[in-house]
Design a protein around this ligand. Structure first.
Ligand SMILES: [Cu+2]
Length: 304
């Protein structure tokens, strides 16, 4: 029971209220000559794209949302692996969000096996984010779970609409291409020990590269917290199992990296209010089903 209570508390923290003022933050970034740009708009339930077909290689997705609800848009880009189908993926997804820990663990194992996901991002209205990834040829899908998370917490399994996206084989060897690592952006590693490893200060306006060097999917959701909040306080809150909102939580826009599969990376370019945030992962552990955040996958960072 304590585990479930803590899970709900984690979700409550994740669904912080967005600020009303919508600063027209433009997530600009220098365009590499060979980077393809795709504009992505979510409404909390559906994803629309400026184009549905690109050549393999680096792609910059300029993501924004029209959803002013607390969930904004939480957009995932993925392709199916092996014998997985859309139906097996949806079954994995339903398991992942089960309130039964054993079922949630099974969901994570299924997603680790059945998809390769590279973001995209979780955004609020007025705070667009660019996500740069390197894509190999294949058929991809996008979904937006913003409305699913925007309610008082998930109720029932998600059944998202999927938008198809095709990456063509251009004949060139994309493995030797620019992978974004030459940008000299700050890097956050998502590790097998279920920890974020990276700098304690990140830009409030700029780019951060996330590299998943673990054996499981992870996310990195940023929520504003009071200045001076420590990871020790956050862990004590989770360990206490209380259902009240975290005393360190602040209202303000949340944002972050959506699902990133093991062995992949993505670079987020954003312009968010400076301040103290906690970066957290709410993926269910693939054995215990406990959210990674409760197991310690949280990291306080200052954005300035
Ligand atoms: Cu994680």
């Amino acid at each position: 029971m304590r585990r479930l209570v803590s899970t709900l508390a984690a979700l409550a923290l994740a669904a912080a209220v967005p600020v009303a003022a919508a600063g027209s933050a433009s997530a600009n970034q220098a365009d590499h000559p060979h980077v393809t740009t795709v504009w992505v708009t979510g409404d909390g339930s559906h994803v629309s794209l400026s184009r549905w077909r690109v050549d393999e290689g680096p792609v910059s997705f300029r993501e924004s949302t029209t959803n002013s609800g607390p969930g904004g848009s939480q957009i995932t880009l993925f392709r199916l692996l092996g014998k997985a189908t859309v139906n097996t993926f949806k079954a994995d997804l339903a398991n992942e969000f089960s309130s039964d820990p054993a079922t949630a663990a099974k969901g994570t194992r299924g997603l680790n096996r059945d998809i390769s996901a590279t973001g995209l991002a979780d955004v609020q209205k007025g705070y667009p984010i660019s996500v740069r990834v390197d894509l190999r040829p294949g058929t991809y899908y996008l979904m937006d779970l913003g409305n699913f998370f925007g309610s008082m917490g998930p109720s029932g399994p998600p059944d998202p609409a999927l938008t198809k996206f095709v990456v063509r084989d251009s004949g060139r060897d994309s493995s030797t291409g620019e992978d974004g690592s030459g940008w000299h952006t700050p890097t956050v590693w998502l590790t097998s020990a279920d920890r974020f490893v990276g700098p304690s200060h990140l830009p409030a306006k700029g780019s951060v590269t996330f590299r998943n060097v673990a054996d499981t999917i992870h996310i990195a959701q940023f929520s504003p917290v009071k200045k001076g909040t420590t990871d020790k306080e956050i862990q004590a809150y989770y360990d206490s199992g209380v259902m009240t909102p975290p005393p360190f939580a602040l209202d303000g826009p949340t944002f972050g990296l959506d699902v990133l599969s093991a062995g992949t990376h993505a670079t987020l370019t954003y312009d968010m209010p400076p301040g103290t945030y906690v970066m957290q992962c709410f993926v269910a552990d693939d054995v215990t089903g406990m959210p990674h955040a409760i197991m310690g996958m949280h990291k306080v960072v200052v954005l300035k």
